[in-house]
Ligand binder design. Sequence first.
Ligand SMILES: [Zn+2]
Ligand SMILES: [Zn+2]
Ligand SMILES: [Zn+2]
Length: 163
Amino acid sequence: MVHELEAICQILNEQQYKLTPQRKVILKALLNHSNDHLSAEELYEIVKRQNPDIGLATVYRTLDLLAELDILQKMNFGDGRSRYEFNTQDIHHHHHLICTSCGKVTEFDDDLLESLESMIQRRTGFDINDHDLKFYGVCKDCSGQDVNPTTGYPRKTTVHKTR
Ligand SMILES: [Zn+2]
Ligand SMILES: [Zn+2]
Ligand SMILES: [Zn+2]
């Protein structure tokens, strides 16, 4: 697992990089928020609380380094900032749901695209080996709707007070 601090240390060592105390703080924060798709700015806010000495430039440099070493994957969700998640060994792991209201990024595991891929492949002769899919919309917290997990439809539609 690349997710573990020790494994990451080893990769850094092999590439002749030192795990400086600052890098360690940044890595630990990333590991604690491994599902959050943090941007450099968000990560900086987190590390700053425990470690006011760390500057935003250090966070940027560390993220660049970790992305270069393929420990992190750099992603763009169209909000003008790069976000990061740990690289997994699987070629394909999940899709992303991006809330256009609060910016929260949620993961969605089910993959129903194989049939679409083979349909495209049949029609165009294009040999597809991967896809990258992002869904934009409004998250449950922002819409105030409680989704019924069995139907996928909101349970109640009038949670919001009308202004
Ligand atoms: Zn939201
Ligand atoms: Zn993700
Ligand atoms: Zn997929």
